[in-house]
Design a protein around this ligand. Structure first.
Ligand code: SF4
Length: 300
């Protein structure tokens, strides 16, 4: 099946665009994130500059205070984002002090902005996710990163099952869920479809698609970037598999898609992260807003 798709890229993109227009219309969802706690992670994710297994120049700092997180959310709203996500490094969050800061931040973001509030705090259990929901959290993000069969080559410090269970727990806690992966880490096309099938079973509300932007001194530092057309093929394939879901293009889009970047919104995507990513710089926000307008689309 994937072979047939591969041989007809323009047909694939055109089909994906029709599906995107049918279910998402002209709206583009803009998300913004803050790296609220950076580096010093005890996990060995091969792509990540925040892993303590890698000696990178990625900044290291403990959990930001509530004021800094809320200010960043307000900036995101001014920039046109509909959603703001608090992201922290590490397998999960354990300290009550950190939990308190996150809950206070969520409460203030919900009170002082009209943003949808998301968090990405690693592997969590249902009780903690319910606590966050009660504080006002709308959505929980946790990526599977890649397919189950390829995951052992990407991370050896936690089982794949814990990623899956976190999304199941978030749904049970009543949260909207966001779950996807990173492409271009050496996985096969078959493994991309394997990831899609696992996501199909998990049924998250939105699917973030990241492209590897190799970070110096990580295990994947020498990995070649995906070709722009290959990246578009992934986006279009995911739109066809997930007709009604939000497909959000995240890290690595500028460096991977290059001059074909506007095509991501004509190949099935209906959302993107604006501003900076976790450990890498993003594009100028106005350039993204102009791109959306030039395509005849508008942000939510
Ligand atoms: S991706 Fe998350 S869990 Fe993995 S090393 Fe980076 S910060 Fe840690």
């Amino acid at each position: 099946m994937y072979r047939a798709i591969e041989d007809n890229l323009t047909d694939l993109i055109s089909t994906a665009d029709k599906i995107r227009r049918k279910f998402k219309g002209e709206k583009v969802k803009l998300c913004s994130i803050i790296n609220a706690k950076s580096g010093m992670c005890d996990q060995d994710c091969a792509f990540c500059g925040q892993s303590s297994y890698h000696k990178t120049k990625t900044p290291k700092y403990p959990m930001l205070d509530t004021e800094a997180i809320v200010k960043s959310a307000m900036d995101a709203e001014r920039n046109g984002a509909a959603e703001f996500s608090i992201v922290t490094s590490g397998k999960g969050i354990n300290s009550r002090e950190e939990i308190g800061k996150i809950k206070r931040s969520i409460k203030r973001i919900k009170k002082e902005t009209s943003l949808e509030c998301c968090a990405s705090l690693g592997v969590l259990n249902k009780d903690f996710l319910k606590e966050l929901k009660d504080a006002g959290l709308d959505r929980y993000h946790h990526n599977l990163e890649t397919s189950q069969s390829f995951f052992p080559q990407i991370c050896t410090t936690r089982p794949y099952r814990e990623n899956v269970d976190t999304i199941i727990a978030a749904k049970e806690a009543g949260l909207i869920t966001c779950c996807g992966g990173i492409f271009g880490m050496g996985e096969s096309q078959k493994q991309r479809i394997e990831l899609a099938m696992t996501l199909k079973e998990l049924d998250p509300d939105s699917i973030p698609i990241n492209f590897l932007n190799p970070v110096k001194n990580t295990k994947l530092e020498n990995m070649s970037l995906l070709k722009p057309l290959e990246a578009l093929k992934i986006i279009a394939t995911f739109r066809i598999i997930f007709p009604t879901k939000d497909i959000i293009i995240c890290g690595g889009r500028e460096i991977t898609l290059q001059s074909l970047q506007p095509m991501m919104l004509l190949a099935g995507a209906n959302g993107m992260i604006i501003g900076d990513y976790l450990t890498t710089k993003g594009r100028n926000v106005q350039d993204d807003l102009d791109m959306i307008k030039d395509l005849g689309l508008h942000n939510e």
